[in-house]
Design a binder for this molecule. Structure first.
Ligand SMILES: C[S@@+](CC[C@H](N)C(=O)[O-])C[C@H]1O[C@@H](n2cnc3c(N)ncnc32)[C@H](O)[C@@H]1O
Length: 264
C-alpha cells in the first residue's frame, strides 16, 4: 500500500482541550463524551470494546459488564458509538476495531456502511497462542482487528518483524496481516490485573504503524489504558475514555508512570 499522508506537525484544535500536554483519560460513556468533541481531530482511533461474550468480566482489581440479550441489542449499543468515533477521525485518520469471531463479520459490514468498502485496509489477525484445545473444532486462538481509513490518503509506516524463512534468516521484513504476539502471562510485569488487558507490544506496533509521531490517538473503550501508554511511549498524544471509575484510575496511573519515565 503506497498511499501515505505526511505526518504533519501542526497544532491540532484538540491540543488546547487536553488536560495534560501528552493526553488525558476521561470518565464516561464514549457516546456522550465524544458528542461535544472536535470533529476530524483524531489520527488513530483504536477500540477494544466488550466482545459480547455474555460474561461479567471480572478480576480482583476491576470488572465490566459484557452481557446483552443478543447480537441485535449489542449492535444497537455499538453502532452509534462506532459512528461517532468515525466522525472524530481526520480526513487522513484511520480506525482499528478490535473484536473476535463473535462479532467480526457484523463490524465488517458496519464499517463498510459507515466508511465505505473502498476504505477497508486490512483484516488483521492477532494470533496470541496460549491456552487449551478443543475436541470439536480448531482451537480459537486469535482476535480480529479491522483496519479502515477515513479516505484515500492516510498514514501507514509498515512495522518490521524478524524474518522466519531460511533465505532471510537474521534479517527483518515488513509485517504481514497476521501478528504473532503472546497474550500477557500471569507473571508479566506489565500486567495490572484488568480483565481482558491487551499486551503493550501489540498496541506499540499498531500505534507506531498507524499514527504519525505527535499525532493523536483515541481509545474510546480504554480499560486499563494499554493504548494510551503505547501512545505516550512512542511520542503520540492520546485521549482515553471509559465508563468505569476503576478503569480510569488504573489508566491514569499507567499514563502518569509512562510520562514520568519519558521525562526522566
Ligand atoms: C475489552 S475492555 C478494554 C481493555 C483494554 N484494551 C486494555 O488493554 O485494558 C473494554 C472496556 O470498555 C469499557 N466500556 C464499555 N462500554 C463503554 C462505553 N460506552 N464508553 C466507554 N467505555 C466503555 C469497559 O468498561 C471496559 O473497560
Amino acid at each position: 500500500m503506497s498511499r501515505r499522508a505526511s505526518p504533519g506537525h501542526q497544532i491540532d484544535a484538540i491540543t488546547d482541550t487536553l488536560a495534560l500536554p501528552i493526553g488525558e483519560v476521561r470518565l464516561g460513556d464514549c457516546l456522550e463524551v465524544l458528542s461535544d468533541f472536535p470533529k476530524e481531530s483524531i489520527d488513530l482511533a483504536f477500540l477494544d470494546p466488550p466482545f459480547n461474550t455474555g460474561k461479567h468480566q471480572s478480576t480482583h482489581v476491576a470488572s465490566y459488564e459484557d452481557t446483552w440479550s443478543g447480537i441485535q441489542e449489542y449492535l444497537r449499543y455499538m453502532r452509534p458509538r462506532v459512528e461517532i468515533i468515525c466522525h472524530t477521525l481526520k480526513p487522513t485518520g484511520v480506525i482499528l476495531l478490535h473484536c473476535d469471531w463473535r462479532t467480526c463479520h457484523h463490524f465488517r459490514l458496519l464499517l463498510d456502511a459507515i466508511l465505505g468498502e473502498a476504505n477497508f485496509v486490512n483484516h488483521l489477525i492477532w494470533s496470541y497462542g496460549l491456552g487449551g484445545s478443543s475436541p470439536r473444532r480448531f482451537a480459537r486462538k486469535h482476535d480480529d482487528i479491522l483496519f479502515y481509513a477515513k479516505g484515500e490518503t492516510y498514514f501507514f509506516d509498515p512495522p518490521l518483524v524478524p524474518a522466519t524463512s531460511n533465505r532471510m534468516k537474521g534479517q527483518m521484513k515488513k509485517a504481514t496481516d497476521v501478528i504473532e504476539i503472546p497474550s500477557i502471562n500471569n507473571m508479566a510485569a506489565e500486567r495490572v490485573g484488568y480483565p481482558t488487558q491487551k499486551p503493550l507490544a501489540l498496541l506499540d506496533m499498531l500505534v507506531r504503524a498507524c499514527c504519525p509521531e505527535h499525532g493523536i490517538v483515541l481509545d474510546a473503550f480504554c480499560g486499563s489504558g494499554t493504548t494510551l501508554v503505547a501512545a505516550a511511549q512512542s511520542g503520540r498524544r492520546f485521549i482515553g475514555i471509559d465508563t468505569h471509575q476503576e478503569a480510569v484510575r488504573i489508566a491514569r496511573t499507567r499514563c502518569e508512570k509512562a510520562a514520568d519515565e519519558i521525562n526522566n
